[in-house]
Every structure is written in C-alpha cells, then in structure tokens.
Design a protein around this ligand. Structure first.
Ligand SMILES: [Zn+2]
Length: 89
C-alpha cells in the first residue's frame, strides 16, 4: 500500500505509523459520565468495512500527522490531508 504524503509524494506504508480512527474525539474529563466515556474511548473501537478516516504519522519522512481516507476492504487510498487542518485529535 502506498500513501501520498502532501510533502513527500507517494511513499510506502512502511514509512508511516498507524494511530487509528481519525474521527474519535477525546471525552470531556469534567463530564459527569467521564469515567464511562474514557473507558469507551480507550477500549471500544469500531472495525469498519469500507471507507474510513485514519490517522497516520510519516515517521520515516517529514514527521507530519495525516488524515488518510482508506477503504479497509481494498486498501484504496482516497483524500489525504494534514491532521492539523482537521482541527486536531
Ligand atoms: Zn511526508
């Protein structure tokens, strides 16, 4: 699988570190149900079949965090943007 880094061009996935779901947001620690929300945030993850937005870090390249749209069935790569353009995670 090859990932098009906006800075380095098309690179092998071996150069990247995979973090996971790019759509998750850290729960509010002050919320009344914070303990349950953090347990779900840390341990309960979906395993979607199809298009998915994922966080990848170009560890052996430019060091940029990327949001990669990837089809988990075909590994087809869609849009790739810098994570900081997404409002952080
Ligand atoms: Zn790069």
């Amino acid at each position: 699988m090859r990932i098009p880094c906006p800075h380095c061009g098309l690179r092998g996935h071996e150069e990247f570190a995979y973090l996971g779901d790019a759509t998750l947001r850290r729960p509010d620690p002050a919320a009344p149900d914070a303990e349950r929300a953090f347990a779900e945030y840390a341990y309960r993850r979906d395993n979607p079949a199809g298009r998915h937005r994922e966080l990848w870090y170009h560890a052996q390249g430019c060091g940029t965090w990327l949001v990669v749209e990837r089809d988990t069935l075909t590994h087809e790569i869609g849009r790739v943007t810098e994570a900081r353009e997404q409002g952080g995670s």
